[in-house]
Design a protein around this ligand. Structure first.
Ligand code: NAP
Length: 293
Protein backbone atom coordinates (compact mmCIF):
# COMPACT_ATOMS: atom_id res chain seq x y z
CA UNK A 1 0.00 0.00 0.00
CA UNK A 2 1.26 3.45 -0.88
CA UNK A 3 0.05 6.49 0.98
CA UNK A 4 -0.88 9.40 -1.29
CA UNK A 5 0.83 12.37 0.33
CA UNK A 6 -1.31 15.36 -0.60
CA UNK A 7 0.71 17.68 1.62
CA UNK A 8 3.89 16.89 -0.26
CA UNK A 9 2.30 17.12 -3.73
CA UNK A 10 0.59 20.39 -2.82
CA UNK A 11 3.90 21.86 -1.59
CA UNK A 12 5.60 20.86 -4.88
CA UNK A 13 2.86 22.49 -6.97
CA UNK A 14 2.87 25.61 -4.75
CA UNK A 15 6.62 26.00 -5.33
CA UNK A 16 6.09 25.64 -9.08
CA UNK A 17 3.39 28.34 -9.00
CA UNK A 18 5.62 30.65 -6.90
CA UNK A 19 8.41 30.29 -9.50
CA UNK A 20 6.00 31.16 -12.31
CA UNK A 21 4.87 34.24 -10.37
CA UNK A 22 8.52 35.33 -9.95
CA UNK A 23 8.96 35.01 -13.71
CA UNK A 24 5.83 37.08 -14.37
CA UNK A 25 7.06 39.82 -12.02
CA UNK A 26 10.58 39.71 -13.49
CA UNK A 27 9.05 40.22 -16.93
CA UNK A 28 7.24 43.32 -15.66
CA UNK A 29 3.85 41.65 -15.22
CA UNK A 30 1.24 42.08 -12.53
CA UNK A 31 1.14 39.99 -9.35
CA UNK A 32 -1.87 37.60 -9.47
CA UNK A 33 -4.61 38.78 -7.11
CA UNK A 34 -7.15 36.48 -5.43
CA UNK A 35 -9.95 38.05 -3.43
CA UNK A 36 -12.20 36.29 -0.95
CA UNK A 37 -15.62 37.21 0.37
CA UNK A 38 -16.47 35.94 3.84
CA UNK A 39 -19.94 36.29 5.33
CA UNK A 40 -20.33 35.84 9.09
CA UNK A 41 -17.87 34.27 11.52
CA UNK A 42 -18.31 30.51 11.14
CA UNK A 43 -15.21 28.77 12.56
CA UNK A 44 -14.84 26.38 9.61
CA UNK A 45 -15.17 29.13 7.01
CA UNK A 46 -12.75 31.39 8.91
CA UNK A 47 -10.10 28.67 8.98
CA UNK A 48 -10.58 27.73 5.30
CA UNK A 49 -10.22 31.38 4.37
CA UNK A 50 -7.11 31.77 6.57
CA UNK A 51 -5.52 28.76 4.79
CA UNK A 52 -6.28 30.32 1.41
CA UNK A 53 -4.74 33.66 2.43
CA UNK A 54 -1.62 31.80 3.65
CA UNK A 55 -1.39 29.83 0.39
CA UNK A 56 -1.60 33.12 -1.54
CA UNK A 57 1.39 34.42 0.42
CA UNK A 58 3.34 31.23 -0.29
CA UNK A 59 2.59 31.53 -4.02
CA UNK A 60 3.49 35.23 -4.17
CA UNK A 61 -0.10 36.33 -4.91
CA UNK A 62 -1.80 39.42 -3.62
CA UNK A 63 -4.82 38.46 -1.53
CA UNK A 64 -7.65 40.54 -0.19
CA UNK A 65 -10.52 39.65 2.08
CA UNK A 66 -13.91 41.35 2.11
CA UNK A 67 -15.97 40.64 5.20
CA UNK A 68 -19.68 41.01 5.73
CA UNK A 69 -21.72 40.33 8.85
CA UNK A 70 -24.05 37.33 8.71
CA UNK A 71 -27.10 39.63 8.39
CA UNK A 72 -25.77 41.25 5.19
CA UNK A 73 -28.49 41.71 2.60
CA UNK A 74 -28.38 39.81 -0.68
CA UNK A 75 -28.37 43.16 -2.48
CA UNK A 76 -25.22 44.32 -0.65
CA UNK A 77 -23.50 41.02 -1.37
CA UNK A 78 -24.40 41.32 -5.06
CA UNK A 79 -22.91 44.83 -5.06
CA UNK A 80 -19.67 43.44 -3.59
CA UNK A 81 -19.58 40.83 -6.36
CA UNK A 82 -20.23 43.43 -9.02
CA UNK A 83 -17.36 45.56 -7.66
CA UNK A 84 -15.00 42.55 -7.77
CA UNK A 85 -16.16 41.65 -11.29
CA UNK A 86 -15.26 45.18 -12.39
CA UNK A 87 -12.01 45.59 -10.44
CA UNK A 88 -9.22 45.20 -13.03
CA UNK A 89 -6.67 44.34 -10.33
CA UNK A 90 -8.65 41.28 -9.12
CA UNK A 91 -7.93 38.24 -11.30
CA UNK A 92 -10.19 35.83 -9.48
CA UNK A 93 -12.37 35.69 -6.39
CA UNK A 94 -14.31 33.27 -4.26
CA UNK A 95 -17.34 33.60 -2.05
CA UNK A 96 -16.88 31.25 0.89
CA UNK A 97 -19.83 28.84 1.17
CA UNK A 98 -22.13 28.06 2.87
CA UNK A 99 -23.93 31.40 3.02
CA UNK A 100 -26.61 32.33 5.58
CA UNK A 101 -30.03 30.91 4.78
CA UNK A 102 -31.60 34.24 3.76
CA UNK A 103 -29.19 34.47 0.80
CA UNK A 104 -29.84 32.59 -2.43
CA UNK A 105 -26.51 30.83 -2.97
CA UNK A 106 -27.16 30.02 -6.61
CA UNK A 107 -28.01 33.67 -7.35
CA UNK A 108 -24.66 34.69 -5.83
CA UNK A 109 -22.70 32.06 -7.79
CA UNK A 110 -24.33 33.15 -11.05
CA UNK A 111 -23.48 36.80 -10.37
CA UNK A 112 -19.75 36.01 -10.47
CA UNK A 113 -18.06 36.75 -13.79
CA UNK A 114 -17.16 33.24 -15.11
CA UNK A 115 -13.73 34.63 -16.10
CA UNK A 116 -13.04 35.31 -12.41
CA UNK A 117 -14.87 32.25 -11.03
CA UNK A 118 -11.76 30.43 -9.77
CA UNK A 119 -13.92 28.09 -7.64
CA UNK A 120 -15.42 26.81 -10.91
CA UNK A 121 -19.00 26.88 -9.57
CA UNK A 122 -20.59 29.13 -12.22
CA UNK A 123 -22.83 27.20 -14.68
CA UNK A 124 -20.66 28.42 -17.57
CA UNK A 125 -17.60 26.73 -16.06
CA UNK A 126 -19.61 23.65 -15.05
CA UNK A 127 -21.05 23.37 -18.57
CA UNK A 128 -17.67 23.83 -20.21
CA UNK A 129 -16.24 21.15 -17.91
CA UNK A 130 -18.93 18.70 -18.93
CA UNK A 131 -18.13 19.05 -22.64
CA UNK A 132 -14.37 19.11 -22.15
CA UNK A 133 -13.70 22.79 -22.92
CA UNK A 134 -11.09 24.87 -21.06
CA UNK A 135 -12.65 26.09 -17.81
CA UNK A 136 -11.99 26.68 -14.15
CA UNK A 137 -12.34 23.24 -12.58
CA UNK A 138 -13.89 22.93 -9.17
CA UNK A 139 -10.90 22.88 -6.81
CA UNK A 140 -11.36 19.57 -4.97
CA UNK A 141 -11.94 17.41 -8.08
CA UNK A 142 -9.10 19.21 -9.87
CA UNK A 143 -6.87 18.43 -6.87
CA UNK A 144 -7.79 14.74 -7.01
CA UNK A 145 -6.86 14.67 -10.71
CA UNK A 146 -3.49 16.25 -9.85
CA UNK A 147 -2.87 13.50 -7.27
CA UNK A 148 -3.72 10.74 -9.75
CA UNK A 149 -1.41 12.38 -12.27
CA UNK A 150 1.43 12.85 -9.78
CA UNK A 151 1.35 9.18 -8.72
CA UNK A 152 0.88 8.08 -12.35
CA UNK A 153 -2.14 6.03 -11.37
CA UNK A 154 -3.56 4.27 -14.40
CA UNK A 155 -7.21 5.26 -14.79
CA UNK A 156 -7.86 4.27 -18.42
CA UNK A 157 -10.59 1.65 -18.68
CA UNK A 158 -10.74 1.29 -14.89
CA UNK A 159 -14.01 1.20 -13.03
CA UNK A 160 -14.23 4.36 -10.93
CA UNK A 161 -16.99 4.47 -8.33
CA UNK A 162 -17.85 7.86 -6.82
CA UNK A 163 -19.99 7.95 -3.68
CA UNK A 164 -21.68 11.37 -3.49
CA UNK A 165 -23.14 13.59 -6.22
CA UNK A 166 -22.74 17.13 -4.94
CA UNK A 167 -22.17 19.93 -7.43
CA UNK A 168 -18.77 20.75 -5.94
CA UNK A 169 -17.24 17.25 -5.58
CA UNK A 170 -19.20 14.18 -6.69
CA UNK A 171 -20.54 15.34 -10.06
CA UNK A 172 -17.41 17.17 -11.28
CA UNK A 173 -15.04 14.35 -10.27
CA UNK A 174 -17.30 11.87 -12.07
CA UNK A 175 -17.19 14.15 -15.14
CA UNK A 176 -13.41 14.44 -15.04
CA UNK A 177 -12.88 10.70 -14.62
CA UNK A 178 -15.18 10.11 -17.59
CA UNK A 179 -13.39 12.47 -19.96
CA UNK A 180 -11.29 11.13 -22.81
CA UNK A 181 -8.07 12.32 -21.20
CA UNK A 182 -5.27 11.21 -18.91
CA UNK A 183 -6.04 10.89 -16.08
CA UNK A 184 -9.61 10.02 -16.96
CA UNK A 185 -11.00 7.62 -19.55
CA UNK A 186 -12.53 5.55 -16.75
CA UNK A 187 -15.87 3.78 -16.63
CA UNK A 188 -17.71 5.75 -13.98
CA UNK A 189 -20.52 4.83 -11.59
CA UNK A 190 -21.97 7.42 -9.22
CA UNK A 191 -23.72 6.33 -6.01
CA UNK A 192 -25.87 8.49 -3.74
CA UNK A 193 -28.34 8.28 -0.91
CA UNK A 194 -30.95 6.53 -3.08
CA UNK A 195 -28.55 3.84 -4.33
CA UNK A 196 -29.44 0.41 -2.95
CA UNK A 197 -26.63 -1.94 -1.85
CA UNK A 198 -23.78 0.52 -2.30
CA UNK A 199 -21.28 -2.07 -1.02
CA UNK A 200 -22.00 -4.34 -4.01
CA UNK A 201 -21.02 -1.47 -6.30
CA UNK A 202 -18.02 -0.16 -4.37
CA UNK A 203 -16.58 -3.70 -4.29
CA UNK A 204 -16.31 -3.48 -8.09
CA UNK A 205 -14.27 -0.28 -7.95
CA UNK A 206 -10.70 -0.15 -9.17
CA UNK A 207 -10.77 3.48 -8.05
CA UNK A 208 -13.11 4.41 -5.22
CA UNK A 209 -13.78 8.07 -4.46
CA UNK A 210 -15.72 8.65 -1.25
CA UNK A 211 -17.30 12.12 -1.01
CA UNK A 212 -20.37 11.88 1.17
CA UNK A 213 -19.42 13.37 4.52
CA UNK A 214 -20.25 10.31 6.63
CA UNK A 215 -17.29 9.41 8.84
CA UNK A 216 -15.91 5.91 8.26
CA UNK A 217 -18.79 4.99 5.91
CA UNK A 218 -16.47 2.92 3.68
CA UNK A 219 -15.51 -0.21 5.58
CA UNK A 220 -13.00 -2.88 4.56
CA UNK A 221 -15.72 -5.21 3.24
CA UNK A 222 -16.77 -2.52 0.74
CA UNK A 223 -13.37 -2.36 -0.96
CA UNK A 224 -11.85 -4.57 -3.63
CA UNK A 225 -8.31 -5.70 -2.73
CA UNK A 226 -5.78 -3.58 -4.64
CA UNK A 227 -8.17 -0.64 -5.18
CA UNK A 228 -7.10 3.00 -5.22
CA UNK A 229 -9.10 4.79 -2.50
CA UNK A 230 -9.54 8.56 -2.47
CA UNK A 231 -11.16 9.89 0.70
CA UNK A 232 -12.65 13.36 0.26
CA UNK A 233 -14.64 13.38 3.50
CA UNK A 234 -13.69 15.82 6.21
CA UNK A 235 -16.16 15.74 9.06
CA UNK A 236 -15.31 17.39 12.37
CA UNK A 237 -15.86 14.90 15.17
CA UNK A 238 -15.53 15.69 18.87
CA UNK A 239 -12.26 14.59 20.40
CA UNK A 240 -11.41 15.78 23.91
CA UNK A 241 -7.82 14.49 23.50
CA UNK A 242 -7.18 16.94 20.66
CA UNK A 243 -6.11 20.48 21.65
CA UNK A 244 -8.94 21.88 19.48
CA UNK A 245 -11.52 19.54 20.99
CA UNK A 246 -12.25 18.00 17.57
CA UNK A 247 -10.49 16.24 14.75
CA UNK A 248 -11.19 15.64 11.08
CA UNK A 249 -12.50 12.26 10.10
CA UNK A 250 -12.67 10.91 6.57
CA UNK A 251 -15.40 8.86 4.90
CA UNK A 252 -13.14 5.80 4.87
CA UNK A 253 -12.30 3.55 7.82
CA UNK A 254 -8.62 4.16 7.10
CA UNK A 255 -7.06 1.71 9.60
CA UNK A 256 -8.94 -1.29 8.23
CA UNK A 257 -9.12 -0.26 4.57
CA UNK A 258 -5.52 0.93 4.03
CA UNK A 259 -3.87 -2.52 4.21
CA UNK A 260 -6.05 -3.72 1.31
CA UNK A 261 -5.38 -0.82 -1.07
CA UNK A 262 -2.77 -0.14 -3.70
CA UNK A 263 -3.01 3.60 -2.92
CA UNK A 264 -4.99 5.57 -0.34
CA UNK A 265 -5.30 9.19 0.75
CA UNK A 266 -5.16 9.93 4.49
CA UNK A 267 -7.42 12.44 6.27
CA UNK A 268 -6.03 14.96 6.97
CA UNK A 269 -3.12 15.34 4.53
CA UNK A 270 -4.65 13.78 1.41
CA UNK A 271 -7.21 15.63 -0.69
CA UNK A 272 -7.53 18.68 1.61
CA UNK A 273 -4.18 20.35 0.82
CA UNK A 274 -4.79 19.75 -2.89
CA UNK A 275 -8.05 21.70 -2.83
CA UNK A 276 -6.26 24.87 -1.79
CA UNK A 277 -3.40 24.46 -4.24
CA UNK A 278 -5.91 23.88 -7.07
CA UNK A 279 -7.49 27.20 -6.20
CA UNK A 280 -4.04 28.80 -6.46
CA UNK A 281 -3.54 27.07 -9.82
CA UNK A 282 -6.89 28.41 -11.05
CA UNK A 283 -5.93 31.91 -9.91
CA UNK A 284 -2.70 31.73 -11.89
CA UNK A 285 -4.68 30.55 -14.93
CA UNK A 286 -7.04 33.51 -14.45
CA UNK A 287 -4.19 36.00 -14.05
CA UNK A 288 -2.45 34.74 -17.18
CA UNK A 289 -5.76 34.58 -19.13
CA UNK A 290 -5.20 30.94 -20.04
CA UNK A 291 -8.86 29.89 -19.85
CA UNK A 292 -10.61 32.94 -21.28
CA UNK A 293 -7.97 34.80 -23.39
P1 NAP B 1 -22.76 17.19 0.26
O1 NAP B 1 -23.09 18.36 -0.58
O2 NAP B 1 -23.39 17.03 1.61
O3 NAP B 1 -23.08 15.88 -0.61
C1 NAP B 1 -22.99 14.62 -0.05
C2 NAP B 1 -23.36 13.60 -1.09
O4 NAP B 1 -23.25 12.31 -0.49
C3 NAP B 1 -24.79 13.74 -1.60
O5 NAP B 1 -24.82 13.52 -2.99
C4 NAP B 1 -25.54 12.65 -0.85
O6 NAP B 1 -26.57 12.05 -1.60
C5 NAP B 1 -24.47 11.61 -0.66
N1 NAP B 1 -24.74 10.80 0.53
C6 NAP B 1 -24.98 11.23 1.79
N2 NAP B 1 -25.20 10.19 2.60
C7 NAP B 1 -25.11 9.09 1.85
C8 NAP B 1 -25.24 7.71 2.12
N3 NAP B 1 -25.50 7.26 3.35
N4 NAP B 1 -25.07 6.86 1.11
C9 NAP B 1 -24.80 7.30 -0.13
N5 NAP B 1 -24.65 8.60 -0.46
C10 NAP B 1 -24.81 9.47 0.52
O7 NAP B 1 -21.22 17.08 0.52
P2 NAP B 1 -19.93 17.61 -0.32
O8 NAP B 1 -19.89 19.07 -0.29
O9 NAP B 1 -19.84 16.88 -1.61
O10 NAP B 1 -18.79 17.05 0.63
C11 NAP B 1 -18.63 15.68 0.91
C12 NAP B 1 -17.56 15.51 1.97
O11 NAP B 1 -16.35 16.01 1.44
C13 NAP B 1 -17.80 16.31 3.25
O12 NAP B 1 -17.23 15.60 4.34
C14 NAP B 1 -17.00 17.57 3.03
O13 NAP B 1 -16.60 18.18 4.24
C15 NAP B 1 -15.83 17.03 2.29
N6 NAP B 1 -15.13 17.99 1.45
C16 NAP B 1 -13.79 18.03 1.58
C17 NAP B 1 -13.05 18.88 0.78
C18 NAP B 1 -11.59 18.88 0.93
O14 NAP B 1 -10.94 19.80 0.47
N7 NAP B 1 -10.99 17.85 1.51
C19 NAP B 1 -13.69 19.72 -0.13
C20 NAP B 1 -15.07 19.64 -0.27
C21 NAP B 1 -15.79 18.76 0.54
P3 NAP B 1 -27.90 12.83 -2.07
O15 NAP B 1 -27.46 13.68 -3.23
O16 NAP B 1 -28.80 11.76 -2.48
O17 NAP B 1 -28.35 13.63 -0.89
Amino acid sequence: MQLIDGKHVAATIRERIAKQVEQIIAAGGKRPHLAGVLVGHDGGSESYMASKVKACEQCGFTSSLIRHDSDVSQETLLQTISALNNDPDVDGFIVQLPLPRHIDEQRIIEAIDPRKDVDGFHPINVGRLSIGLPCFRSATPAGIMMLLEHYQIDTRGKHCVVVGRSNIVGKPIATLMLQKATPGNATVTVCHSATPDIAAITRQADILIAALGKPHFVSADMVKPGAVVIDVGTTRVEDPTSPRGWRLRGDVDFDNVAPMCSYITPVPGGVGPMTIVSLMHNTLLAATRQIYP
